[in-house]
Design a protein around this ligand. Structure first.
Ligand SMILES: [Zn+2]
Length: 112
């Protein structure tokens, strides 16, 4: 079992375990969700102002959403209501961003 344990969060002063789904982010769930909120809020702000999003940023948002969904699945056995609420809220904000993009009210900058 130990082979798949990714270790502890890389944030200074945080000793929380990194869930398997967040191995690439090297963050615990709380810190990952914190960061994802910042990125997502930024993207939503850009959408509302009619500014363009870059495709790289969009991919970030998409991978955030996938990581959140994976964590929801993995945590289904031992639910933590507070974390669950934050993740669901994050998914809601993410889906708002995706809606803006799907409606093409936002231009996507593609690398030339
Ligand atoms: Zn942490």
């Amino acid at each position: 079992m130990n082979a798949t344990v990714p270790g502890n969060c890389h944030r200074a002063g945080c000793a929380s375990r990194i869930p398997a789904a967040l191995t690439s982010a090297q963050l615990c769930l709380d810190h990952f969700v914190d960061e994802a909120f910042v990125r997502t809020d930024e993207a939503l702000g850009r959408c509302r102002e009619g500014r363009s999003l870059d495709s790289e940023g969009l991919e970030w948002l998409l991978s955030d959403a996938l990581a959140v969904v994976k964590n929801l699945e993995e945590g289904a056995d031992e639910p933590n209501p507070e974390q669950r609420d934050r993740m669901l809220e994050l998914l809601l904000v993410l889906s708002n961003v995706h809606e803006y993009v799907a409606n093409q009210s936002v231009r996507i900058k593609r690398p030339a």
